[in-house]
Design a protein around this ligand. Sequence first.
Ligand SMILES: CC[C@H](O)CC(=O)C(=O)O
Ligand SMILES: [Mn+2]
Length: 337
Amino acid sequence: MTATQSKLHLLDVTLRDGSHSMKHAFTEEQVRAVARGLDTAGVEFFEVSHGDGLGGSSLQYGLSAVDEMKLIAAAAEECKQAKISVLLLPGIGIQENLEEAVQAGAKMVRVATHVTEADVAKQHIELGRKLGLKTVGFLMMAHMAPVEKLVEQAKLFESYGAEIVYATDSAGALLPHETRERISALRQHLSCEIGFHGHNNLSLAMANTLAAIEAGATYIDGSLRCLGAGSGNTQTEVMVAVLDRLGYRTDIALYPIMDVANQVVAKFMPRPQEITGGSLIMGYSGVYSSFLLHTQAAAEKFNVDERDILIELGRRQAVGGQEDLIVEVASMLAKNR
Ligand SMILES: CC[C@H](O)CC(=O)C(=O)O
Ligand SMILES: [Mn+2]
């Protein structure tokens, strides 16, 4: 990689993907402190929503301790320059949720679908554009589709009006050459900007991020201290240092971004974002990172090994929205013991 001084857009997802690790219990005070720190450091975009996107607060996905609209409004109040993104999964979030988020201060929407289901997002992308938002298509579980399928689905997003399309490694299952192959194909076949969102379940989030950048991604996600589902995301503050060493411009100041990571986020994280038995197996068998805490609860309830549940979920190719399968598999394993 050569030093290019070309600008990369870092989007921090601590206050959205981190919601999974926090069991959706962010307080307003925590959100304000993180938002202030990100804004001061020069982060351009950061995401605030329930972990499963707008409207995700439910028994199936986990109830939010504080209404996400209140958190979005609080974060917006703290910002002088940073813009707030929200995640929207068609079928979970609805039009009214997005309109309310805009009232609260959101400036970007990322419409997320399973990697083969972009066609359910047409109205949502059009709505984002109509509301004047920076509008993004976010293809989750990108490891589950062959490259040609990913390109086909990304083109659908682009045709609906998405200004950026992401390949999302939801399970932290991609290897660097697979990431490179996917992002290169997207870059070759699309005119819009390309993004990458990684998870660190196989300790490859940074390697995949660099492969994505080399292949043409210009929007990159990260979270402070890796606070995100599974083993978390590419670590924002580390990425700022690495990209600076490589000669990329992020316009994010290193000490301030380290300070919000270490003096704010580290103080309220429920546990370090380590690669545990469960998250490693998620990357290994290709299971949605957001299933981790649900799986650990089911393993405890049915007294079975969380790794066995995850291997079976991977074999069944479980996708987001199938959280009920976790309990079904755990109970099946307990019966067959
Ligand atoms: C359930 C939504 C999911 O957490 C979105 C995301 O960040 C991913 O797929 O990695
Ligand atoms: Mn994620």
